[in-house]
Design a protein around this ligand. Sequence first.
Ligand SMILES: [Zn+2]
Ligand SMILES: [Zn+2]
Length: 238
Amino acid sequence: MNKRFLMDLHTHTLASGHAYNSMNEMIQQASKIGLPLLGISDHGPAMPGSTNRYYFQNMNILNHEKFGVRLLFGAELNIVDYQGTIDLEDRDIRDLDYCIASLHHVCLTPGSKKENTYACLKAMDRPKVMVLGHPDDGHFPLDYPELVRHAKEAHVLIELNNTSFNPRGFRLNARENDREILQLCMQFQVPILLGSDAHREEDIACFARAEKLLDELDFPKELIVNTSLDKLEPYLPR
Ligand SMILES: [Zn+2]
Ligand SMILES: [Zn+2]
């Protein structure tokens, strides 16, 4: 693991239905690689095979530290319509530390660029939404200048998702799209959050593919939230 990165807030456990490790195994792995901060972000209930709303409601019984790792409990919410509706209610996410909001084609049929963009802007305005997840999938055309400007205004982080660059992955033109997004983030001084999107313990805090693109663009370290716990603090929802 690259020691410059102190956190990974996009990870999935067995509860997501298509991930392969328990929460304990994920935390133990984070401990083993010396990761100071791990976030658990299982898929919301609109994802086929994922867990139910009570899983998220009940997360307030969990300790925020285990095996020497600081923990945050969140959700990867599904944006389920072009109005930016998400698949958990306020009550369900009330006690979560943060949420990621993402477009997944199994939960929403891609619309026009205008529709997709509007859905993301509205989702970013929701309380608890701290991150817009992988906005780089070309199946969902998005107005990136508008998205990045809104991220700044709404105080929401744009994710750079390492799994988007998986050669066996299904996200379309992620590299080209992320290049455009990152250039806009530099232009408007909008910070990003690296996420592994790990669906197995071995992938926790694996950011190598994303890092390659960051290096290519000479992306400033100051705009990468993962490099400092202090940088994350102002983004955490209250
Ligand atoms: Zn996702
Ligand atoms: Zn995910």
